[in-house]
Design a protein around this ligand. Structure first.
Ligand SMILES: [Zn+2]
Length: 237
């Protein structure tokens, strides 16, 4: 006779595709011990704590080796939502305001149907005849380190834009951003003219987000609403 209890839910059984890399990985649903930590983090209303709890959940549940520090914000949002949908149920109820009368309506959303469309754009940005910037979407770590409560979007863009440069390419050299100091990158960006800088911020603004179209009839004024949820805060409000 054995005194050892059997192990529950140890095997991964689902797959998802990481949006930024298109790599498919296996994962298991999160368990009670992980859900407890998530609930506490979400209840704290501290967005950084909530983001960290989501990242820890992804690390715990994905069985393949992944470098979480390289994941983008939209990777984290999408991966967490997929894991959550297999953990607590594919549909979630959220409150959405009617666009006509602002009445709050409870709408059911199928989380397994959310998507992230990564635009098919050229990430080589030519900023002068001689210099091209190879751009990348910043990792979530950049957001955690730079984001502050009540920050305006333009201010955040200004702070993260330096982290969107993955290399600077001239006719005969390619300099990886990882090989130069952050200060050197900052000086390089500050030396751009307005048009050159705009090309870089335009790239930042193409950064994808998790989306889902919803429609509902307002319970108060009967208006037929067609809205798009975008970003994780829309999905778990
Ligand atoms: Zn209404």
């Amino acid at each position: 006779m054995s005194n050892v209890l059997p192990k529950l839910n140890a095997t991964p059984s689902h797959e998802l595709t990481i949006p930024s890399t298109q790599r498919t990985v296996s994962y298991r649903p999160y368990l009670v011990k992980e859900e407890k930590i998530l609930l506490l983090a979400f209840e704290s209303k501290d967005q950084k704590a909530a983001l960290k709890a989501m990242i820890n959940t992804i690390e715990a549940c994905v069985s393949d080796t992944i470098n979480v520090s390289k994941l983008t914000m939209f990777d984290i949002e999408y991966m967490f939502t997929q894991i959550r949908s297999k953990s607590v149920g594919e549909s979630t109820k959220i409150m959405v305001k009617c666009s006509e009368c602002e009445h709050g309506n409870e709408v059911s959303v199928d989380l397994s149907q959310v998507s992230v469309d990564v635009p098919d754009i050229d990430n080589n940005i030519k900023i002068s005849d001689e210099i091209t910037i190879e751009a990348k979407y910043p990792s979530f770590e950049v957001f955690i380190n730079n984001w502050q409560e009540e920050m305006k979007e333009a201010e955040l863009t200004y702070k993260i834009v330096n982290h969107c440069i993955s290399a600077v390419i001239t006719e005969d050299t390619r300099i990886d951003a990882e090989d130069v100091s952050e200060q050197e990158i900052a000086t390089f960006v500050e030396s751009m003219n307005a048009q050159q800088f705009k090309k870089l911020t335009d790239f930042v603004s193409t950064m994808p987000t998790m989306k889902k179209d919803i429609s509902f009839t307002c319970g108060s004024c009967s208006h037929n609403n067609e809205q798009t949820l975008a970003g994780i805060s829309d999905f778990f409000s």
